[in-house]
Design a protein around this ligand. Sequence first.
Ligand code: COA
Length: 278
Amino acid sequence: MNITSYFSHGLFKGKTIFITGGGSGINLGIAKNFAALGASIAICGRTQEKLDNAAVELRALGAKVCTAVADVREMAALEAAMAKTKAELGPIDVLVCGAAGNFLVPAEHLSANGFRTVIDIDLMGSFNASRAAFSQLQETRGSIIFISAGQAYMPYAYQVHVAAAKAGIDMMMKNLALEWGKYGIRCNSIAPGPIEGTEGMKRLSSPDALAQLQAGIPLGRLGTVDEIGQVAVFLASPLASYVSGSVLVADGGQNLAGSALFNIGAEKMMKTAATGKK
Ligand code: COA
């Protein structure tokens, strides 16, 4: 992590960052970048063990940490997690809505409950967290960062549920930016491209498909969780004080080439899963 080479260590000293799904992946990467800059970190997720392991890493960076088991689909659990955060770390300055679910499935095989599950986690979960954090964000004149994806603005095969959820998140982000600007609350989205070593990439790509996908990325490589953490730090920092209602795409230019390479890889994965043969 090289964030402290570019931003001052105390940039987020005295600030509280609350991250849904903060126990792993991109969200933990975001948490670590804020922790390295002096922030106190609250993370919620569905499993205490994952949160405990993440807390060890965050404390090693010098952060005060609060963990709370909360599924973003349950408003009462989120409200309790945020009340605990306020009591232990102070009111929330930055909310990162990162909890998400994904799996590849042809639309004709996706059940109504499967579609709803991803909408509930990604879209409803992001609204629930924003709504639950509102009074604290109003107090701090804080900001919200939503984790979107390329699926929000370009179709990707076998992800109709994710497309609907992520497009909904970006439009909701713009509405909240419009309505809550008067409280000094800024709202923005990050749309990460393929990020190495994440649960998302495991679910969406085989090693073969990944190599092919990578060949189509203008920067020629996958991103890292730290590179998304750096974008989050920028959006939450005073450097972005006039940025609200924006979707910041951080994908090495992947979207410029469209989703065809991803779709070919996803097709192969689905066939392999169905036949058990490569
Ligand atoms: N293909 C088709 N349908 C699927 C599926 C798959 N691979 N995985 C789950 N579903 C469907 C289930 O069949 C169920 O629908 P049904 O009741 O009609 O059968 C519905 O989705 C809910 O599944 P369930 O396992 O009960 O949901 P959950 O709340 O326990 O888990 C998920 C949520 C499904 C999103 C799960 O994949 C998850 O927990 N993901 C979190 C991690 C993650 O996805 N990270 C990557 C983010 S990019």
